[in-house]
Write a protein that binds this ligand. Structure first.
Ligand code: ZN
Length: 306
């Protein structure tokens, strides 16, 4: 099988808790896109070290975040401690990273931890950035995250889509619960992607893929469904939030689970929009995730289903 990319691009595919890393070099320097979740930061370091051992002439240069969700930038601090990197974040997040309490607030809104890191540069929408030896356009893709960007390399038709488009779907539309803008923004994001001459996509989660038409058509169908069933979308947000928490905690009591919900602003907002109490939404969501075999509940203990 011929490779989907030039040989200076390497995709480090990760599980669902950590987003994929993409390494792109220019023969001297290697740039890294996204850093995974903090729980896996040792693995993130080990994977990069393994790669660098095979290409010892390379020096680490830029660490680039598509958006500030904890599964995409949770390994930043660890990578910055172990390697030399200058960090790029989307321009509209730059100030909040400088004043970490602002960034921390947005992680806490989702009930997710993210160790503090520093950013030296901003990714400006409408500008081009050279990553490794390849020029990428920077486009804004709100919907899943208000400040998320995608990277598109027109010379090779490569789209780095983060959570704006996966092979089968896209990231949860948190902006719909927080601002009632998620459906409109995600549609604009899909329209943008449809307008680009894409040949291959590296998503934030899952394997790279080339059948962009099939992905877009599935994504539009899902968006149509969610938009016509907004309550279903809000339940989905609650499910994604709770499932992610159980994935990183792995085992916790029912009371600890409820305490997490009570302290997670987006979960509270979801319950209010569904006219449910926080406890009702917690129990309904747990039952759904148990039926989907994402977790098990035994003797007041919630455990991740392996
Ligand atoms: Zn995300």
């Amino acid at each position: 099988m011929t490779s989907l990319f030039p040989s200076n691009i390497h995709v480090q595919e990760r599980g669902w808790l950590s987003a994929n890393q993409i390494y792109i070099h220019n023969g001297q320097n290697v740039d890294v896109i996204d850093s995974g979740f903090c729980l896996h930061s040792q693995q993130t370091i080990d994977l990069l070290r393994f790669y660098l051992n095979q290409l010892p002439e390379l020096r680490t240069r830029h660490l680039i975040n598509t958006h500030l969700h904890s599964d995409h930038c949770g390994g930043n601090q660890a990578l910055q401690e172990q390697f030399q990197f200058t960090c790029y974040v989307p321009e509209s997040e730059y100030v909040s990273v400088q004043q970490w309490s602002l960034a921390e607030k947005s992680f806490l809104a989702l009930g997710q931890p993210c160790p503090p890191f520093s950013a030296q540069h901003a990714l400006k929408i409408g500008h081009t950035i050279q990553i490794g030896s390849i020029d990428f356009e920077i486009h804004g893709t709100p919907g899943h995250h208000p400040h998320s960007i995608l990277l598109f390399a027109p010379d090779i038709g490569l789209l780095i889509s983060a959570d704006a488009l996966w092979e089968k779907g896209f990231g949860a539309l948190f902006s719909e619960v927080s601002n009632h803008t998620g459906f409109t923004e995600q549609r604009a994001t899909l329209n943008l992607i449809r307008s680009l001459p894409v040949k291959v996509v590296i998503p934030g989660h899952g394997s790279p893929f080339t059948d962009i038409q099939a992905s877009l058509s599935a994504a539009y169908s899902r968006l149509d469904f969610l938009e016509s069933h907004p309550q279903r979308n809000t339940h989905h947000i609650a499910q994604v939030l709770l499932q992610f928490m159980v994935m990183f905690r792995q085992k916790l009591s029912l009371q600890e689970g409820l305490d997490w919900c009570i302290n997670t602003p987006l979960f509270i907002l979801s319950a209010a929009q569904l006219n449910l109490s926080i406890e009702e939404l917690f129990l309904q969501t747990l039952e759904y995730l148990e039926n989907k075999r994402c977790l098990t509940i035994k003797n007041d203990l919630i455990e991740l289903h392996f």
